[in-house]
Ligand binder design. Structure first.
Ligand code: NAD
Length: 449
């Protein structure tokens, strides 16, 4: 049993004041090169403490140890990547007439409020924190109430690395109290939010009252599209992994499979076989798939099983709580695959955020693109084909922020821009592009006559 502080408006207020003070003081005096060195130290400390953080993350979220360890390595990689960028965030000179000298500078925004979900608490905290610090901002992080221990540990590591007091603040508490106070705080200069569409919209409305920009990373219902010429031996293990990773509680989960009709039965058969091999059990025992985060989430996902059945979808495998001693009393769900689903059904269109996948057949490339685009989301899409022309053409047709061809994910994808089209959000995290959202451009024009 662990107890965590329930903070609210007062604590957020104090944290924002501390962040502002540090921003105007010691952090402003820290050179970009030194910011980079500090971020490198954070990365090294995460890796040094990898075993304990892995265990903590697994116990806190229920995710398998191997996944928690991978999260830890990716978190460290964020700090390495942005450490190398901290002293390369510069402006440009703009040629006008001989009468002017014009140049730009990239400046920090000031105080960033970061609101983090429970599915990848460490990775998500690192994803926002590292570029935020590289660009010279200070930050107040509000992790999710369901899983916040690794964010607190990350705060401790930042202190140990030598980042000045007040630059990194972690405030725990409920979304409706601490989260709402952070999103609406008048002295916050950017709200970086990752979570559900509904809360994202609320956060955006709060920030709008202060005319503060938001960076929204929201949900997804991402498809893997398997064309007739796909290499199924290679494709299906990846497809099942991206559907079931983290018990399906991944914004970029490949939670829909669209298959050319000629390969439909074969794909279903392979996916079912792979899904049934998953060892479901406590994450701390390093099972293949752990429980979902909470009773609330478990009930929500199980409700979708009934909704899908009522809509006419058929269960190819899964659909209930697994049997066996390991799963007794926990919020476990069998890896579940539905066939006979189609656009317009809730199980196909809505984000379930659990280990549930639908398989839908298509006949033409145009139809595949139409089904892929037929949800309110647009986060990631996987294309499986040997035809390079089709791959490029389809990549253009799909409304999503990231397209993968014959792969899905890129080892954490720290270096590549990530973010949504449509209701999956806007702005981009990761890669060099994130720096654009954690800094602002100032133009300086000097008259020379
Ligand atoms: P959520 O929106 O309920 O909570 C996310 C965070 O917002 C938590 O820290 C919570 O405390 C806080 N919050 C809740 N109410 C708030 C309010 N009124 N004001 C301010 N903050 C508030 O989402 P969740 O259930 O924790 O996460 C699941 C959702 O997050 C899914 O839709 C998933 O797709 C999405 N997600 C997206 C990404 C991405 O990068 N695109 C990553 C992970 C999760």
């Amino acid at each position: 049993m662990t107890r965590v502080a329930e903070c609210g408006e007062d604590e957020i207020d104090r944290a924002v004041a501390a962040a502002r003070k540090a921003q105007n003081g010691p952090w402003r005096q820290t050179t970009p090169a030194d910011r980079g060195r500090l971020l490198h130290k954070v990365a090294a400390l995460i890796l040094e403490n990898k075993d304990s953080i892995t265990k903590m993350e697994s116990l806190d979220t229920g995710k398998p140890l191997a996944q928690a360890e991978a999260d830890c390595v990716v978190a460290a990689r964020y700090f390495e990547f942005y450490a190398g960028i901290a002293d390369k965030i510069g402006g440009v000179t703009i040629p006008l007439t001989l009468d002017f000298l014009d140049y730009t500078e990239r400046e920090p925004l000031g105080v960033v409020g970061q609101i983090v979900p429970w599915n990848y608490p460490l990775q998500m905290s690192a994803r926002g924190l590292a570029p935020c610090l590289a660009a010279g901002n200070s930050i107040v992080i509000k992790p999710a109430e369901e899983a916040c221990l690794s964010a607190i540990e990350l705060g401790r590591i930042c202190k140990e690395a030598g980042i000045p007091d007040g630059v990194v603040n972690v405030v725990t508490g409920y979304g409706s109290e601490a989260g709402a106070a952070l999103a609406s705080h008048p002295d916050v200069n950017l709200v970086a939010f990752t979570g559900s569409v509904q809360t994202g919209s609320t956060v955006m409305q709060s920030a709008a009252k202060n005319v503060v920009p938001v960076l929204l990373e929201l949900g997804g219902k991402s498809p893997n599209i398997v064309f007739a010429d796909a290499d199924l031996e290679k494709a299906t293990p990846v497809i099942i992994k991206c559907a079931l990773q983290n018990a399906g509680q991944t914004c970029s989960a490949g939670s829909r499979v669209l298959v050319h009709r000629s390969r439909h039965d074969e794909v279903v058969e392979r996916l079912v076989e792979l899904a049934q091999k998953y060892r479901v059990g406590p994450g701390i025992d390093n099972s293949d798939m752990g429980p979902v985060i909470s009773k609330r989430q478990w009930t929500r996902i199980m409700d979708y099983m009934d909704i899908a059945r009522d809509e006419g979808a058929e269960i190819a495998t899964g659909g209930k709580r697994p049997e066996g001693k390991d799963c007794e009393g926990g919020f476990f769900i069998e890896p579940t695959i539905f066939t006979q689903a189609s656009p317009g059904m809730r199980v196909h269109d809505e984000e379930i955020f659990g280990p549930v996948t639908t398989v839908v057949p298509f006949d033409t490339d145009e139809e595949a693109a139409g089904i892929a685009n037929a949800t309110p989301y647009g986060l990631v899409t996987g294309l499986w084909t040997q035809d390079v022309t089709r791959a490029h053409r389809m990549a253009r047709e799909i409304a999503a922020g990231q397209i993968f061809v014959n792969t899905y994910g890129a080892g954490g994808g720290v270096e590549i821009p990530f973010g949504g089209y449509k209701k999956s959000g806007f702005g981009r995290e990761k890669g060099l592009e994130a720096i654009n959202f954690y800094s602002q451009t100032k133009n300086i024009c000097i008259g020379l006559t």
